[in-house]
Ligand binder design. Structure first.
Ligand code: NAD
Length: 488
């Protein structure tokens, strides 16, 4: 594509310099609320560009790892301060690129800043333990060593928080980074990288190369000088990356899809359950890996819950996320919209009952965007695609059960295990849920889509490579343990 509008072109960031790709090609980032608006252009990079970034990161790591954690932490504090000054601008850019409301994008950017500060503090915390040696004249302890160069591959749905929750821990533990953001949100990532530049991070410590998944993403997975890969995205892509990394002995971490259930017990506070279901299912237009997609309700309260859910969903305002009063934006891109519509069609074909929504919105204000109505199905059975596959859109599958035991069986009857919620006031149900729900994140009387930056985050089953991100857990991925035995 050639540059045809006033929209700014963003370069790759390699070895402390903003560089055009050797291909001389750019990719347009489109506003999903108005596909005629180009938010910016990013480089459609080549393998050669990636090689330059990896070489710079490899060289820079030699000195970066020698700095104390406190010094590395100070850089992250400075990045956080630089980002705080640009919070509004970065959030607005995220909304323009992927459609979530400005309030959500501001919340996400605020979280990104908090993550930077959290990991800045990590630079001062302990990295090892003393272990009694069998020789009483020896000292034995563990310490941690960085992996080296870390490749970061991110999706478009959290364009601020995910890059930061991978880059900040990678850097604080002494790794250098090459990031390839999703092209849909690469302008937002460029603005984040500008904050690292403003904080005067040494050249080569953080590099950004934008481009296609098949060239730059796969290139990171295959690159012999990339020692660790942290990926968030779809299962199909994640598995390919894991296989490539395993084949060459690189460490990898994959955070992937979900099909997250909410269980509503007969004794639940129904208003709370409805509010949390709507927030979990429809905020960010259902495009969160932790979004609620199956709602399993005990038969005693099924009709009452359904009625409240339909009434509240009808109140949702849909439109451009930058407009005041809008609650739900468009799907992030045309492909995503088509996927959501195809699942809705499949749901109808397979015999589920469409209770609400189900239509693309195309008229007047919606004409140039990728809009779909919030959608609710009932009479969904476990064998249907809408009960099994990740839709990544604003679609709820309602299911009726007689008991909590049956609810848990259905909740677990999918390949994913990322997050899950139950609404109940019964301690027995809470304990069964904590013990028997196969998910990395189990939440009681709270929506499925809540993640706290200081706690481990990741999934079970096909949702993850069984590693965890965020909080202290990040240390496990971004470092290797070294056991030291010293004798005079
Ligand atoms: P995606 O897998 O299509 O893309 C993710 C990243 O991988 C992008 O940067 C993309 O360019 C890159 N990529 C594509 N093909 C590649 C290849 N062959 N090799 C290497 N990299 C490649 O995912 P998406 O559509 O951007 O994001 C949506 C998915 O992300 C959903 O499945 C969602 O559940 C998942 N997700 C998971 C979490 C989590 O923490 N578990 C969080 C957010 C999103």
């Amino acid at each position: 594509m050639t540059v045809t509008t006033e929209a700014k072109t963003f370069m790759n960031y390699i070895n402390g310099e903003w560089e055009a790709s050797s291909t001389n090609q750019v990719i347009a980032s489109i506003n999903p609320a108005n596909k005629n608006e180009i938010v910016g252009y990013v480089q459609n990079s080549s393998k050669e560009d990636l090689d330059l970034a990896v070489a710079a990161a490899k060289k820079a790591q030699i000195e970066w790892k020698k700095l104390t954690g406190a010094v590395r932490g100070q850089y992250l504090y400075n990045v956080a301060n630089a980002m705080e000054k640009r919070l509004g601008e970065i959030a607005e850019c995220a909304t323009r690129e992927m459609g979530k409301t400005l309030a959500e994008a501001k919340g996400e950017t605020t979280r990104g800043i908090a993550i930077l500060r959290y990991y800045a503090g990590e630079g001062m915390r302990k990295v090892g333990d003393v272990i009694p040696a069998t020789d009483n004249e020896a000292l034995m302890f563990t310490t941690r060593t960085p992996l080296g160069v870390v490749g970061v591959i991110t999706p478009w749905n959290f364009p601020v928080a995910i890059p930061i929750w991978k880059m900040a821990p990678a850097l604080i533990y002494g790794n250098t980074v090459v990031i390839k953001p999703a092209t849909e949100t690469a302008v937002t990532c460029a603005k984040i990288v500008e904050c690292f530049e403003e904080a005067e991070l040494p050249a080569g410590v953080l590099n950004m190369v934008t481009g296609s998944g098949s060239v730059i993403g796969q290139g990171i997975a295959d690159h012999p000088d990339i020692n660790g890969i942290t990926f968030t995205g779809s299962n199909g892509v994640g598995k390919k990356i894991g296989q490539a990394a395993l084949a060459r002995g690189a460490k990898y971490q994959l955070e992937m899809g979900g099909k997250n259930p909410v269980i509503v017990a007969a004794d639940a506070d129904l208003d709370l359950a409805v509010e949390a279901t709507i927030s979990g299912a429809f905020r960010s237009t259902g495009q969160k890996c932790t979004a609620t997609s199956r709602v399993i309700v005990q038969s005693d309260v099924y009709e009452a819950f359904k009625e409240k859910l339909l009434a509240k969903t009808n109140e949702i305002t849909i439109g451009d996320g930058l407009t005041e009063g809008i609650w739900m934006g468009p799907c992030a891109n045309d492909n995503q919209l088509k996927t959501v519509l195809s699942y809705i069609e499949k749901g109808v074909e397979e015999g589920a009952t469409l209770l609400l929504g189900g239509e693309q919105l195309k008229e007047s204000d919606y004409e140039h965007g990728f809009y779909v109505q919030p959608t609710i199905f009932e009479n969904v059975t476990t064998d249907m695609a809408i009960a099994q596959e990740e839709i990544f859109g604003p679609v709820i599958a309602l299911m009726k059960v007689d008991s909590i035991k049956e609810a848990l069986e259905i909740a677990n009857d999918v390949q994913y295990g990322l997050s899950a919620s139950i609404f109940t006031t019964n301690i027995g149900h809470m304990l069964s849920f904590i013990n028997d729900m196969d998910a990395g994140l189990v939440r009681i009387n709270a929506e499925s889509a809540g993640v706290e930056l200081q706690a481990p985050f990741g999934g079970m089953k096909q949702s993850s490579s069984h590693s965890r991100e965020q909080g202290e857990a990040a240390k496990e991925f971004f470092t290797s343990i070294k056991t030291v035995f010293v004798k005079s």
